[in-house]
Design a protein around this ligand. Structure first.
Ligand code: 5AD
Ligand code: SF4
Length: 465
């Protein structure tokens, strides 16, 4: 058994959902590190488990409650071994369900939403003191307020361990929340309205990450290209201008951002794609549907033609831009014709990759009250057809890379000895023969083949001695 050092408690965070939750989990670990909590990969040895939940998929809450049943068993095991386990539920399900979690799952010590992470140490000490109460009086600490203060300003700088774990690529949240209110989506309710972090805060965090060895930063936001942070003079800076400021950081080699809304692809951002090599030519720009009737019902605030025009502007600025998207099939009222329009926009754009979903209602969203729900078999059939089309496009995109030489950020040892792996500018996994010395830098790699979900490469330019 591993010896537990006095004052060192083990923290296990289970992260569900989007990249923003991955980022938030790191920040929660950062917030707890000064209080003696060290991250562990072994849940069986944890003193504190945090479930960082996601509300976007169907039956998200029910899945959390069944996970909490397992946590109760784990707590029993820990107690039988003379230890204990505290349990916190964070993220969007916590935000949406709040007190309901405390009521239905007495095993939980803390329930807190994404805007409260900086208060985690205080919540933990309050939850610890409540432990001494009689079980009939014990209540979880619930914090689902939207606070006035800026959580990012109150979160500590990245701790050493967490920074090391981040490796060569890192996420950096620049914007949170969404004001778009697409009629199917819970995000505006769970993450609240749009808030952008000030420019200097973003640049400082980016510089800290680069100083810790990070070469590639992915800027995160639910509606990232709506970013409108204030600079030191109180002027509003958009994502395009922010990209130029990031490009001045020595040692930062790649910048990506996700997720964008088509309406917020402004000229400044498109100009940044034209002028900055640091901005990778791969863009996740969901359209959800190719039918104007559906786009209107979804409250997307753009038409299919406007989306295509945006893609055209982007490709004019950056001809090698690869696109990815999200699609929903079976939104209420979707006819065969509407669905065909989605297939047709996919054919027209040609995606490098895509995520697709069957519509399912989220309580509290306007979509939940719409008539014309689509039968499950119809949704399934449409989803398969859509995925077959997108998969063929992904395969074609990979195949078109064969014979090209591209810069690959070599990130890790490969699956086989003597191999290394990394990412192309288009976010494709690339495997090649090479020594571990290559890890940590961008190398020119000739693509010589493809395998299921990745590319096979050959090192083009030997590393200088
Ligand atoms: N049903 C199906 N898919 C959804 N998404 C969001 N809400 C729903 C829903 N109610 C999809 C959208 C979004 C992605 C993150 O998840 O395509 O872009
Ligand atoms: Fe949800 Fe994205 Fe629409 Fe915002 S823009 S409501 S996050 S789907």
């Amino acid at each position: 058994m591993t010896e537990i050092i006095a004052n060192t408690k083990k923290l296990f965070i289970k992260t569900y959902g989007c990249q923003m939750n991955v980022y938030d989990s790191d920040r929660m670990a950062d917030a707890l590190a000064p209080h003696g909590y060290e991250p562990t990969g072994d849940i069986m040895n944890a003193d504190l488990v945090l479930l960082n939940t996601c509300h976007i998929r169907e039956k998200a809450s029910e899945k959390v409650f069944s996970e909490l049943g397992r946590m109760q068993e784990l707590q029993n095991l820990r107690r039988a071994a003379g230890a204990d386990l505290m349990i916190g539920v964070a993220g969007c399900v916590a935000q949406a369900e709040g007190e309901e979690i405390a009521r239905r799952a007495p095993v939980v010590d803390m329930v807190f939403g994404p805007q409260s992470y900086h208060r985690l140490p205080e919540m933990l000490s309050e939850a610890t003191s409540r432990r001494s109460l009689h079980p009939s009086q014990k209540r979880a600490v619930v914090d689902t307020d939207y606070p006035e203060e800026d959580k990012f300003e109150h979160l500590p700088a990245a701790s050493k361990e967490v920074t090391i774990k981040r490796g060569l690529t890192a996420f950096l949240t620049v914007q949170e929340g969404c004001d778009k209110f697409c009629s199917f989506c819970v995000v505006p309710y769970t993450r609240g309205s749009e808030v952008s972090r000030p420019v200097n805060q973003v640049l400082t965090e980016a510089r800290n990450l680069v100083a810790a060895g990070v070469k590639e930063i992915t800027l995160l936001g639910q509606n990232v290209n709506a970013y409108h942070g204030l600079d030191a003079t109180g002027r509003t800076v958009g994502l395009g201008e922010l990209a130029f400021l990031l490009a001045d950081i020595a040692g930062l080699e790649r910048v990506r951002y996700t997720t964008s809304h088509p309406r917020d692809m402004d000229d400044a951002l498109i100009a940044a794609h034209r002028d900055l090599d640091i901005l990778m030519p791969y863009l996740h720009l969901p359209v959800q549907s190719g039918s104007d009737t559906m786009l209107k019902a979804m409250n997307r605030r753009h038409t299919a033609a406007e989306y295509l025009r945006t893609i055209e502007r982007i490709k004019t600025a950056r001809p090698d831009m690869a696109l990815s998207g999200d699609f929903i099939v079976g939104f209420p009222g979707e006819t065969d014709q509407d669905f065909e329009a989605t297939l047709s926009i996919i054919r027209e754009v040609g995606y490098a990759s895509a995520y697709s979903f069957k519509y399912s209602t989220r309580p509290g969203t306007p979509g939940a009250n719409l008539g014309g729900q689509i039968a499950e078999e119809v949704k399934t059939e449409r989803l398969h057809r859509l995925q077959d089309l997108v998969n063929a496009q992904t395969t074609a995109f990979h195949a078109a890379c064969v014979g090209k030489t591209m810069p690959v950020l070599i990130e890790r040892p490969g699956r086989m000895p003597g191999q290394v792996g990394g990412r192309s500018p288009y976010l494709q996994a690339v495997h090649l023969d090479g020594s571990p010395d290559l890890i940590g830098a961008i190398h020119q790699v000739e693509i010589v083949g493809t395998s299921t979900n990745s590319l096979v490469g050959r090192l083009k330019v030997a590393q200088a001695a």
